[in-house]
Design a protein around this ligand. Structure first.
Ligand code: PLP
Length: 401
């Protein structure tokens, strides 16, 4: 530990609530897929700010738009129309399905918004039905409603009682959802790929089945694309691989290229909010929406969705090669640049630490699961470099066969 890092660690222990357990490093700057710490060491970033920095760090489109828009107007409130908000909404809808947009500030807020849509819709369309069917393994955020939709009891239990009206069934199991539907059901809320529980994809067949079921039983299909969206899986939205359209979609993370923003898209069936149903002081402000519009444009201009698919395949092939060479890898799953690595031994945390010391940032979602969610600008050469550094980490970590 350098003196610079130790001083920072001590300050953090003094002034910050202990809600996070950061890696033993303090980052100072970033450029592209490289982060630099306070001691000048460089790291190849395959954690991407937890699937946020889709354009990497200090991308000129983000920096330029930020500076320009900040000089024009940072905050105006929703008392007035503003053009950046419209630009972002139009571009977002163009990537998705016919819908209208509500802007908020985070993923959890987007989920809260989707829950409120479902509850009101139940009153209008389903005799007051209010139960939302969610999935085991789901992670939807830490606010009380989003937490009620989240499955992990370690996140939930300290904060009970949570809002009622959420049930959890097996993930990627159409039959389980079918069995759970009754007159009290209003919606199905699920991630097309569960991120936090280890990058677990839902099959395209199940997604199509959920769409069919929601149509047949008059339910809303709400998809949480907060982590899987923004081109990460090789399409704008993971559900597009299945050729379906949800009624409601929650978006956040990559949308602001690093700035805090969330959004909810509601298709015609679900577009039921009227004035004062919902709102947010900061939601849809000109600074973040100008950047969101610039992020969408940059993803299109630079072909980053295709890049995510191509470089994701390269990473996957590299991981499978490591497995074939004896690394303790049981499975590689996910799509594009949203990859989960299931280990045969509970060494994920050790690997994260060892990789960090070797100049590679990765993330663990459990004792035996790694998650790779890098910027969508990652190059094939950087993917190869990441595999080399990961191979070195596997070599160093105890427990390697
Ligand atoms: C699928 C999913 N939903 C919701 C959230 C919550 O988003 P936020 O942390 O911005 O509130 C996350 C965050 O990791 C997520 O991955």
């Amino acid at each position: 530990m350098s003196a610079a890092f130790s001083a920072i660690e001590e300050r953090a222990a003094t002034v910050l609530m202990h809600t996070y357990v950061p890696q033993p490093v303090a980052m100072r700057t970033g450029k592209g897929c490289i982060l630099t710490d306070v001691d000048g060491r460089e790291y190849l970033d395959l954690a991407g700010g937890i699937a946020v920095n889709v354009l990497g760090h200090a991308h000129p489109a983000v920096v330029g738009t930020l500076v320009e828009q900040a000089a024009r107007a940072i905050h105006l409130s929703n008392l007035y129309f503003s053009e950046p908000q419209l630009d972002a909404a139009e571009k977002l809808v163009a990537t998705a399905f016919p819908s209208r947009v509500y802007f908020c500030n985070s993923g959890a807020e987007a989920i809260e918004t989707a829950i409120k849509i479902a509850r009101k819709w139940g009153k209008l369309q389903r005799n007051g039905a209010s139960t939302i069917i969610c999935a085991r393994g789901a992670f939807h955020g830490r606010t009380m409603g989003a937490l009620a939709a989240t499955a992990n009891r370690h996140y939930r239990e300290p904060f009970e009682p949570l809002p009622r009206g959420f049930i959890h069934v097996a993930y990627d199991d159409l039959g389980a959802v079918e069995t759970a539907v009754d007159d009290s059901t209003v919606a199905v809320l699920m991630e097309p790929i569960e991120g936090q529980s280890g990058v677990v994809p839902m099959s395209d067949e199940t997604l199509r089945g959920l769409r069919r079921l929601c149509d047949e039983r008059n339910l809303l299909l709400i998809l949480d694309e907060i982590q899987s969206g923004m081109g990460r899986t090789g399409k704008w939205w993971a559900h597009q691989h299945a050729g379906i359209v949800p009624d409601v979609m929650a978006v956040a993370k990559g949308l602001g290229g690093g700035l805090p923003i969330g959004a909810v898209l509601a298709g015609p069936r679900a577009d039921i909010f009227t004035p004062n149903d919902h709102g947010s002081t900061f939601g849809g402000g000109p600074l973040v929406t100008a950047v969101a519009a610039a992020v969408i444009e940059a993803i299109l201009r630079e072909g980053l969705i295709e890049n995510a698919a191509r470089v994701g395949e390269r990473l996957r092939a590299g991981l499978l090669r490591l497995a074939a060479e004896g690394a303790p890898i049981a499975e590689v799953r996910g799509r594009g640049l949203m990859l989960g690595v299931v280990l045969t031994q509970p060494v994920a945390q050790q690997l994260v630490g060892t990789a960090l010391r070797g100049g590679l940032l990765i993330n663990a979602t459990g004792a035996s699961a790694l998650r790779l969610i890098p910027p969508l600008i990652l190059t094939e050469a950087q993917a190869d470099e990441a595999i080399e550094r990961l191979a070195a980490a596997f070599q160093l970590v105890e427990g390697r066969p």
